[in-house]
Design a protein around this ligand. Structure first.
Ligand SMILES: C[S@@+](CC[C@H](N)C(=O)[O-])C[C@H]1O[C@@H](n2cnc3c(N)ncnc32)[C@H](O)[C@@H]1O
Length: 734
């Protein structure tokens, strides 16, 4: 929409949009009519016009149209102010006001007075008198070139030589940019649970909560998501990977279109997932029990069948995958008179707890009480609780045959004719058993097959309804057990995330999983559980910012605090929730050092206090400037990026090596090329070496050295001014 229109009153904007859509639609259908007429009169002319029309219309955007809201910007309260920075002037401490949203540029810093001279960005004539350094916050627009770095803020290690999970406190757009250097095409699965855009201040755009009445609420959300999804795509392995996105009814339609447009090469499915069986009631609406999961599959990615069809239908122990069906037909059309030979008695011997025999079919006019019942038995007929006479699903002969093979049985035989349930195995299952695809471990006392079948692989259904996915019990309450008294809104069920990932990484014990809206860290926790189940070495990269909740923000501001203050940052999601949760999960102890109360349930049950034999390191994303830092500091900030690219495993080279080179477990670093001989000797001895970084501006020497590396070791050139290797300019965000 053009600028002049955007400034008009809201009502006018809405009418303009409707009119535009209307005129456009009218025009298209009118042209189609005219082409049809032209074709009737002059087929050649009609065909020519149609071809031109198709070419033109394919250039018009159908589908999802939305305002891109460029550029997106983020405040960086912990970043020191430097000359040339873009900044905002903050409202006075204690003020709940939103403050001046204009962007200023720092012209000069008067260190002695701790003040700064500013100039309005894009209007150099508009100057502001000196402002206190403390009242400024640096702003990064997404079109700006950034130099990301990472600072370690802690670690927990119980996993020996396993790769490290990482948790990054930072703006995910910038973290994803950095990850395009460390993980391009290497990620096996991304699971995200972005803000759902409920209108209830559940996320910020350009540092402002997006509220229900914001006319651009949806396009802001789409613009935010699109930018990040396009970066995420660069991380995913195009040959075989999956993107999983959870969402609810507020944005699922728009998200579906966005995914289709952004990933035309992928296969997309949506699953409906019950997370609150008791439902959320709203007057006059269906009570909502579920949310949705989009699965976007790239390359050869496939859903790995497991023994669970995800519908939550009861499966007795050891019977996973083999579905016993009830013999009585339920549909209203299956009343006794509908078929001549499917109404008969099944005789139950309550003492033996089994089916004694199967009676003959009764003609429609024969009363069921006339049937002669064998001694000690009772008869079960296909009768509804309201006494309607129905049909069995099989003829007597078919049931007798199944019974002989152990493929029919009675449940609750002790409870009499009205409660006993006759069950049988469907023909597909019988075939699978007879062909040996399903193995039988034994038979129950009535001769029905039973016990630990070899787990039958079933394709999961698109409706998930499992008690383990309850967001309250397996999300909120579980999180409370790990980090008592710390609040986090709507964590996912641990087991729901575990199940969703299992379908794609079950056969990838070294999978790299990423969640860049990681909130309380459920995804990392789920990856650790998957590892424990099969001894895997999967790793999870979690990114989340350090926002506080909207109500908390108000209270903190009123206390005179600002983002960037230690007390404020301490309460941010990443520092207060994500990192402590991951730490608690691994150690089995709450932040107070108490053993976590309760047990893990479902697939793998054990006390939560056992923790996991895993490693995790915590980082904060930094924004460097290529000018102001010295070599050693600059290197320290990129050191974690080199280690991450080499697989986040083993020792990290933290400092520029005094010897001019160093070889750690998974990677080596050569800084002084005249030390290449020593470096190569060490590199050849390092068995797990994957990457060598060679610092040189001389391409010829780099190539010559790369050729002398052991087979299979990747050589990566770093420019001598390290940070230029990590300059992420923005190609498209204008
Ligand atoms: C809905 S929550 C995810 C909850 C998570 N699945 C769990 O089980 O705990 C979304 C999270 O993304 C974070 N977030 C939102 N926008 C972000 C951004 N631009 N960069 C980094 N994190 C962001 C929010 O702070 C919030 O914690």
């Amino acid at each position: 929409m053009c600028r002049s229109i955007r400034r008009r009153p809201l009502q006018f904007q809405k009418e303009y949009a409707t009119l535009k859509k209307h005129i456009y639609g009218e025009l298209m259908s009118r042209l189609t009519d005219l082409i049809a007429k032209a074709k009737a009169n002059d087929p050649q002319l009609g065909a020519d016009v149609e071809r031109e029309f198709r070419a033109l219309s394919s250039r018009l955007s159908f589908g999802l149209n939305f305002e891109r809201h460029r550029p997106e910007a983020v405040e960086l309260p912990q970043r020191p102010v430097r000359r040339g920075d873009k900044v905002r002037v903050l409202p006075p401490r204690g003020s709940p006001a939103k403050g001046d949203q204009r962007l200023w540029q720092v012209k000069a810093i008067r260190k002695a007075k701790k003040t700064v001279d500013l100039e309005l960005l894009d209007q150099p004539k508009a100057e502001m008198p000196s402002v206190s350094l403390d009242d400024l916050v640096v702003v990064a627009e997404f079109r700006d070139t950034i130099y990301p770095g990472l600072v370690s803020t802690g670690k927990v290690s119980r996993g020996g030589d396993k790769p490290w999970h990482t948790v990054i406190n930072g703006e995910n757009y910038h973290a994803l940019k950095a990850a395009t250097w460390t993980h391009r095409g290497k990620v096996d699965a991304i699971y995200i649970d972005p803000p759902y855009n409920t209108g209830a201040k559940d996320w910020k755009y350009n540092n402002d909560y997006v509220e229900g009445e914001d006319l651009y609420r949806h396009s802001k959300w789409l613009a935010m998501m699109e930018r990040r999804l396009l970066l995420a795509k660069e991380l995913l392995n195009p040959a075989d990977s999956v993107l999983i996105v959870s969402i609810d009814e507020k944005e699922y339609l728009r998200l579906g279109l966005l995914l289709e447009q952004g990933f035309p090469e992928a296969r997309i499915q949506m699953v409906s997932s019950v997370i609150k069986p008791e439902g959320t009631n709203r007057m006059g609406e269906f009570s909502r029990t579920n949310e949705y999961l989009y699965f976007v599959l790239f390359g050869t990615a496939r859903v790995t069948p497991t023994s669970d069809d995800m519908t939550g239908r009861e499966q007795a122990d050891g019977e996973q995958g083999v579905e016993w069906r009830n013999l009585r037909r339920r549909e209203n059309t299956s009343i006794r008179t509908a078929r001549p030979n499917q109404f008969y008695a099944v005789f139950i011997d309550p003492e033996k707890g089994s089916i004694h025999s199967v009676g003959e079919a009764l003609a429609p006019d024969v009363d069921k009480v006339s049937v002669v019942i064998p001694d000690g038995c009772y008869a079960v007929f296909p009768v509804k609780p309201d006494d309607t006479e129905m049909l069995w699903g099989l003829t007597p002969d078919a049931l007798r045959k199944l019974l002989k093979q152990g493929f029919a049985r009675v449940r609750r035989p002790e409870s009499g004719p009205s409660k006993a349930v006759i069950q049988y195995l469907a023909s597909g299952t019988v075939k699978a058993i007879l062909s040996g695809a399903v193995k039988i471990s034994g038979r129950d006392p009535q001769g029905a097959i039973q016990g630990a079948f070899d787990r039958v692989a079933v394709m999961p259904k698109t409706t998930w309804n499992k008690g383990s996915h309850n967001a309250q019990t397996a999300g909120t309450l579980l999180l409370t057990a790990l980090i008592p008294n710390r609040r986090f809104p709507f964590p996912k069920s641990l087991y729901a995330v575990e199940d969703a990932l299992r379908f794609f990484v079950a056969n990838k014990p070294k999978a790299i999983v990423c969640d860049f809206f990681s909130g309380s860290g459920t995804t990392a926790h789920a990856v650790m559980r998957l590892n424990k189940q099969d001894g895997g070495r999967r790793q999870c990269i979690s990114v989340t910012n350090n926002e506080v909740a909207a109500d908390e923000q108000k209270a903190l501001r009123e206390k005179g605090l600002r983002p960037g203050d230690t007390e404020w940052e301490r309460l941010g999601i990443c520092d207060y929730i994500t990192k402590p949760r991951v730490q608690a999960a691994i150690t089995g102890k709450t932040p107070d050092g108490q053993p976590i109360k309760g047990d893990y349930k479902f697939t793998d049950e054990f006390p939560m206090s056992d923790g996991f034999e895993e490693n995790a390191e915590f980082f904060t994303l930094t924004y460097e400037t290529p000018l102001a830092v010295n070599y050693q500091t600059a290197f320290a900030r990129i050191a974690p990026l080199l280690w991450l690219r080499a697989g986040s495993v083993g020792r990290r080279i933290e400092k520029l090596p005094a010897a001019g080179w160093d070889v750690a477990d998974a990677y080596g670093l050569l800084v002084e090329l005249d030390k290449a001989a020593d470096f190569l000797k060490a590199a050849r001895k390092a068995e797990a070496l994957r990457i060598t970084y060679i610092v040189t501006d001389d391409d010829r020497r780099f190539q010559a050295l790369a050729r002398r590396l052991p087979d299979g070791v990747e050589a990566i050139r770093l420019y001598e001014s390290y940070l230029t290797n990590f300059a992420f300019a923005n190609g498209d965000d204008t």
